[in-house]
Design a protein around this ligand. Sequence first.
Ligand code: F0G
Length: 486
Amino acid sequence: MRMSNEEMKAPTDLPFHKAQPYRIKVVEYARPTTREQRKALLKEYGWSAPNLPAEYVYINFVTDSGTGAMSDRQWSAMMLGDESYFNCKSWYALEAAIKELTGFEYILPCHQGRSGEAILYEVLVHEGDIVPSNTHFTTTRAHCYSRQAEPVDLLCAEYMDPERKDVFKGNIDTDKLRDLFKEQAKKIPAVELVMPNNLNAGQPVSMANLREVKEITNQYGALLFLDMARLPENAHMVKNMEAGYANKSCLEIVREACSHADVIHMSSKKSGLVNIGGFVAVKDRTTFLKLHPKLIRTDGFITYGGLAGRDLEALAVGLLEGVNDYYLMDRQRQVEYFANALKKRGVAIYEPAACFAVFINAGKCLPHIKPIEGPGTALASQAYIEGGLGITPFDSLHRAREDSKDPLNLAKLGLSPFELIRCAIPRRVYTEAHYEVAADAVEAAMKHGAQIPPYRRIKVDRPPIELKDIGLRPFFDEFEPMGVHP
Ligand code: F0G
């Protein structure tokens, strides 16, 4: 019999605060490469770790999405997958787990986060609407544009201090949100709160901020959408940082957060501890019924949403493993371990390292490169050359934000507030020794200092991107170094 969710929460005096609360049963070998090979590979594949064939990336922090290791509990559950087309047994297992995690009643499975978002935006967002957010993830931004609506990011001012650790820096600016409602309430069907705020150094959102957004949306009759891809990890930050939560379990905190939302959507490839999967849930039955035909058109019948029965089973188990307090404590410990390994070597990071990633402050590491010439892009390339490390530039070159009122005008692209590189930590995959050698690679890269070349955007032979897809531009831009990497 596998250990039950309840047994996994039992009190313990084992040092789960110091070491992983699990052992490793299956391993994946890394392909040996040399510095010269990596240099050649980088050139061949467009100077970007996300573009490389993954087998050539030794330590892959490009994303934490779908890259986690599943547990023996999940693999054994997969054998129970019921592959019936309609109303398979596995759906009811997943539905029960989602109800336990979120308290929502009207739930639809979908194959990943963005397919769920697509049907929500199709039903609830219309031409001319405005959807404010603490910062839309790339895909909800794209769904806004595809609905001919405008995504508006209202990030809090605290984010602008990259050293401060004692506040929630992923919050939405509620003063600005109130002002926007005062001026434009009729155009705002919903607020999208991303918890934690992936595109802004993964910073957590406080429960107080969520409650305040709820008050505002209630006052104006708008909906509160909660993007909960990594909500359990945010819940762990709430438990540690926010008054009144220290004695609550992360599951209780997640449930409270969900109770404030009208609509939730989750890419379960993150905190769901699966390689594929997602869901959406709503409180209103009519909306639920309106979503049914959309889901059937895009993902499949309403009891599988584009997933195999075995995927539904893996997610039913993973969702509750992913909110276990011991697991989350260890997860944050690993993120901090890597952050400290970098800091010990003099690498500047955005503080605090929270939830799922460490963001390197590449602007500080390579001050000779101007923001628009990609300090993050340049440092990430050099770190791949040094140690086969895959990390994702979030700098002004890669992620310059379009003017939301004139998104096709590249001349109006804005700089990022900081020149960051995201090191997203896959779940249950790497060990402390990997974090040390990953930090070694960044340190070795940084040592080349002014020898590392700046980058520029190059013209690519592609059909122009349509307005409705403009939010996805960062995936198609290409760059090259204006010099030779050491
Ligand atoms: N919301 C957030 C906050 C996300 O980070 C992602 C994906 C999605 C929605 C979309 O989910 O990929 O399952 O369709 N983030 C990945 C990343 C891709 O690397 O940050 P999806």
